[in-house]
Design a protein around this ligand. Sequence first.
Ligand code: FMN
Length: 211
Amino acid sequence: MTRRYGQLLFTPAARRHQQEHGSHRGYAAMTRGPAGADRLTADEAGFAATRTSFYLASTSSSGWPYVQHRGGPPGFLRATGDRTLAFADYRGNRQYITVGNLDGDDRVALLLMDYPSRTRLKILGRARTAGAKDLPDGEVPMPPDGYRAKVERLVLVEVEAFDWNCPQHIEPRYTAAELEETLAPMRERMAALERENARLRAGSPDPAGAG
Ligand SMILES: Cc1cc2nc3c(=O)[nH]c(=O)nc-3n(C[C@H](O)[C@H](O)[C@H](O)COP(=O)(O)O)c2cc1C
């Protein structure tokens, strides 16, 4: 946990609960010190660049928290500096709840998950819609050919703090592509066995000479 993360989220009420449960001393020590935004390292940047989705929380003017899913091919979310993330926001159901929320309050929380490795990264930041000119390399992360999506806007997130979570209670899950990678050698083996089985049933000699 970073110092900044605790400084932003350990409200007096959270601290009271920590005190009640005996965790406040350790956390108080971890959050003491000068305030300053966290800097993304290669670990956070690499993790973001390989995500195909994340959860994005924003705050509505009615006071209700709002969480929505954002997805895209790897690279649709990427670090553009040690304090900035950018993601391509695709056209969806045109409710515009998140962008509307950002008009009133730019604070967001992102939850990036990697189910196979049971890893999650929480990021707090301030988000705004932007254009290619706001990126250091001017390159909006565009979906590859054949990926059905229209980039409606680019969103920049100025990172304030982040926290890597422990793997507790994360059930490993695999995408179709990840499963395919694991299953491909098994499929090949099964096909070879089926061919061998068919040959044996037919009583024909094995072309490899094994029977
Ligand atoms: C045709 C279409 C219909 C969609 N319908 C829904 C929906 O019913 N509920 C939902 O949560 N997301 C839906 N989505 C995905 C959202 O539109 C998308 O996640 C969008 O970014 C949501 O932004 P917002 O929740 O900030 O308004 C749909 C996307 C498309 C392209």
